[in-house]
Every structure is written in C-alpha cells, then in structure tokens.
Design a protein around this ligand. Structure first.
Ligand code: PLP
Length: 486
C-alpha cells in the first residue's frame, strides 16, 4: 500500500467507522455467535499474495462485526464502561502513524514532554494534591491498564522496603541472600473487594497476598481498624506487610475505602506503600462535588485511574501518579550502554522507561491532549454528571419496585447493585424478607435463621436466572457479582 492507496483506504475506513457509530443504538449489544464461529470463515493460513484493501475491508462486515460486543452501545451497562470518543480516535490515528516507542527522551522529545505536561493537567483537573505534580518530587505516567500500574507499584514497593531495611548492608552475596530471605516474608494486601489485579501482581512479584476484610456492615469498605488488624496478624506470624491497594470505587459495588482511617494507620507503618486504585470512579473527580476525596491522598504513595474507562479516551490509558518518582526510578532504572545518551546522563530529562516495566511505550498522551482540548474540563464534567444523573434515575426505578428488587448498594458513581426478590418462603416474616441479611438480629431463633438462609439462597438463584435471561436476549448487557455471599 502506498500513500495514495492509503489515503483512499483510510477515507473509506473512516466512512465505515462513522457509519458504525451512527448505527450503534440499533445493534444488539451482545453478539449471538457460538464459540469457534470465526475459524470456518477464514482460510487455513495467510494469503501468499497480498490482497486489495477493498477485499480486506469487506471482511469487517462478514467476519468481525457478527462477533463484536458493542462496548460503545448505549445498551452496554456491563462491567465498567470503556468510553471512546472521536478526538480519542484521532489521537490513536496519529500515534499509529508516528509509531515511535519513546522509552528515552531522545527517542522522541515531544512524546515524553507532552506526557509530562498532560499528566500535570490531569492531576490538576482531578484535584490531586500538589505532591503528585512533576514540579516537585512526583509526577504522572500513562500506562496501559490499571493492572499494569498495580504490578508496577507492587514491585517498586517490594524493592523499596528491601532497600530501606537492608541499607546498612554492603553490596554483595550476603546482602543478596538476606534480600531473598526477606522477599519470602513480604505480604501485599488488598481489600477482599479489591480488583484481582493486586493478587495477580503479588503472584508475579513472588510475594504473599492477604485480603483485608471489608464486610457489609462497613459498606464493603476497608476501615483503618480492619487494615491494622491484618497488618498485626501478619506481624505476629513474622511476616512483613509492605503494600496495600486502597480502592476508590471497588469493582463490585463502587465502595470507597476509609481513606482517613487508612492515613492514620500509615503513620504507624511508614514502610507500607499505599496505592489508591480508582480505575473507574476516579474520572468523577473532574467534578468538584467529588474532590473532597482527594486531599487525603497526600498521605499515600501512588494513585491511578483509567481515562479509558469513563473519561472518553480510547483504550488504553491508565494514568499513574506517584508522589516520589525516585521510588520508581530506583527500582526500574537499569541502563546498559545502548540506552545511554548525553541527555539522560545530564539528568535534565525524563526517561519514562525508568518508571515502568516494559521498555517501549505508546504515544498515549496525544489522545489525552485531544480529549482535554476538545471537551474542555467543563465538557467532561457535564458528561460525567449526565451519567451520574442517569445512574440516579435507574436507581430510582429499581428502588420504586420493592416488590421485585432489593437495592444492595448505590447509586454510587452511577453504579447501582441490586438483587431480585424470590417468592417469600413460608415462615419468613415481612421484616426478614425485606432485610435479607444473615447477620440480622431477628434471626437469632434457629428456625428463622434456616428460613433466612433458604431465602438468601433463593434470592441468589433467582437473581442469577434473571441476570442470565436479560443478557441472553442481547438487548442490554449487565454484569453480576457476588459480594459477601450476596
Ligand atoms: N481496578 C478496578 C477497581 C477495576 O474495577 C478494574 C476493572 O474493572 C481494574 C482495576 C482493572 O482494570 P484494567 O483492565 O485497566 O487492568
């Protein structure tokens, strides 16, 4: 394909993409294909001779579209959103065109410098404390996903505590032995409702993992007392807790951990790295009515949220802010001769390879820049408020039908979680059925406890059946989750 063929192909692709977006509300959100549908539609191997773009493009309709789940459909209400936008897409187009894996500043100064500037813009827009800005000791970097960010933080936290504890030892075999011994005792922690990425990061980092209780009576939030209890239990066993993921908007219920309580605990355990994962709900921080959540973040070590979830920036774009960038650099800066250059040696430039696990990196800041400039802060606030308003409306509809639904949580950041009421079994009082909580005082009597247990089981079963039926119709797509047995 030469540049004139590219021009023609790209115009035709853009035409098709714009039509796809116009059509989205009319498409069933879920695909109806069966597993393995795609292989019979394709030849056994790649073509020996190149094909014309017009033939390749036809297969978007024939092969790809039937198997798509339409994440941009207005009927997509599952998981968390992955909102795209036209400015975001334009950013991806230019990024693909420049195709420059800018790991060092010299690899493309514009890529590094734009990222530093837009991350400062984003930090100010969501009212992060000043310590997360690049003018001091902190700064922001764009990574692919929240899971990558959490892994980056866990490994940096592991190395930080080893550095601190073994600072007195001379480099050498003895120190390496001691490090290996200590690593086996390190414990990463996350709420029982934290996203699975923390546990996965602990597996990759080769550390232990403990969940911190966040029961229903605490609103599924980790309190300071709960974190302290887990830390003390670990310490009693001779283990060393070194990292905790706090969550601003848990995956299942959008709970926000008790940050003030956690900040108190950190005062007693300054070597524990606290990372705040706000993957979805962090986008709401563009609105001043949510910014009371951010001042306390100055007591923690790092923070991330995904602009690709709820801030109209195409996947992938997880913004990772760090209070002391040296905590990353001291772990990730390994410089063989082929990566050295006078600019890096001067210490005057940022080399983002030293803030992350991979070497190469995408030009993601361009789409952030385009989105911020196209919508403006006010435009983004208006969109978030509209979604939150729709979430409140949805909640009011569900809450108005107590005969059918029981609201479990919400509306929180546009998320409402609910169960479907089963028929009431004989022996369950009105109060029991309306308050389906196994810990409820009225169930002290064994008979009532059994009836309640049965009621809960039935509620779970009927909720699952309704959920599966809704999704099997393909008109709207919703998600299910189990929290504390509900
Ligand atoms: N953290 C939270 C709170 C999430 O809800 C999710 C996904 O929904 C993730 C992390 C993982 O996100 P990613 O796909 O960016 O790794």
């Amino acid at each position: 394909m030469d540049s004139s063929q590219f021009r023609e192909a790209a115009h035709s692709a853009i035409e098709e993409i714009a039509n796809y977006y116009d059509d989205l509300p009319n498409l069933p959100v879920l695909s109806s294909v069966t597993p393995g549908y795609l292989r019979p539609l394709l030849p056994d191997g790649p073509p020996q001779e190149g094909e014309a773009w017009t033939d390749i493009q036809k297969d978007i309709e024939r092969v790809i579209k039937p198997g798509l789940t339409h994440w941009q459909s207005p009927n997509f209400m599952a998981f968390f959103p992955a909102n795209s936008s036209y400015p975001g897409m334009l950013g991806e187009m230019y990024s693909a065109a420049f195709n420059a894996p800018a790991f060092n500043w010299i690899c493309s100064p514009a890529i590094t410098e734009l990222e530093t500037v837009v991350m400062d813009w984003v930090a100010k827009m969501i009212a992060l404390p000043e310590c997360y800005l690049s003018k001091g000791e902190g700064g922001g970097i764009i990574q692919g996903t929240a899971s990558e960010v959490v892994l980056t933080a866990v490994v940096a936290a592991r190395e930080r505590i080893l550095r601190r504890r073994l600072a007195h030892m001379e480099e050498g075999e003895e120190k390496l032995d001691k490090m290996a011994e200590m690593r086996g005792k390190l414990v990463a922690m996350g709420s029982e409702h934290a996203h699975s990425s923390t546990q996965k990061a602990a597996v990759i980092a080769g550390t232990r993992f403990r969940t911190v209780a966040a029961p229903k009576e605490d609103g599924f939030r980790v309190t300071g007392a709960s974190l302290r209890k887990t830390i003390e239990e670990c310490k009693k066993k001779g283990l060393e807790p070194f990292y905790f993921t706090a969550t601003l908007g848990t995956t299942a219920t959008c709970a926000v951990d008790d940050f003030q309580g956690l900040a108190e605990v950190v005062k007693d355990y300054p070597d524990i790295w606290i990372h705040v994962d706000a993957a979805y709900a962090g986008s709401a921080l563009v609105c001043p009515e949510y910014q009371h959540l951010t001042p306390v973040l100055e007591h923690f070590d790092s923070f991330n949220f995904n602009m690709h979830k709820w801030l109209f920036t195409n996947f992938d774009c997880s913004c990772f802010f760090i209070k002391k960038r040296k905590d990353l650099i001291e772990t990730y800066s390994i410089t063989p001769s082929y990566l050295r250059n006078t600019f890096s040696d001067s210490g005057l430039v940022t080399d983002y390879r030293d803030w992350q696990i991979p070497l190469g990196r995408r030009f993601r800041s361009l789409k952030v820049w385009f989105v911020l400039r196209s919508y403006g802060v006010k435009g983004l606030q208006a969109l978030i408020r509209k979604h939150i308003g729709l979430g409140e409306y949805f909640h009011s509809l569900i809450a108005s039908r107590k005969d059918i639904f029981t609201v479990l949580t919400g509306p929180d950041f546009a998320l409402t979680t609910f169960t479907v009421n089963p028929p009431k079994p004989r022996g369950v009082s009105e109060t029991a059925a309306d308050q389906p909580d196994p810990a409820h005082e009225s169930y002290t009597n064994d008979f009532m406890a059994d009836a309640e247990g049965q009621y809960r089981e039935n509620a779970n079963q009927v909720t699952k059946e309704v959920y599966e039926k809704v999704n099997s119709k393909g008109e709207i797509f919703i998600s299910s989750s189990v929290v504390c047995g509900i």
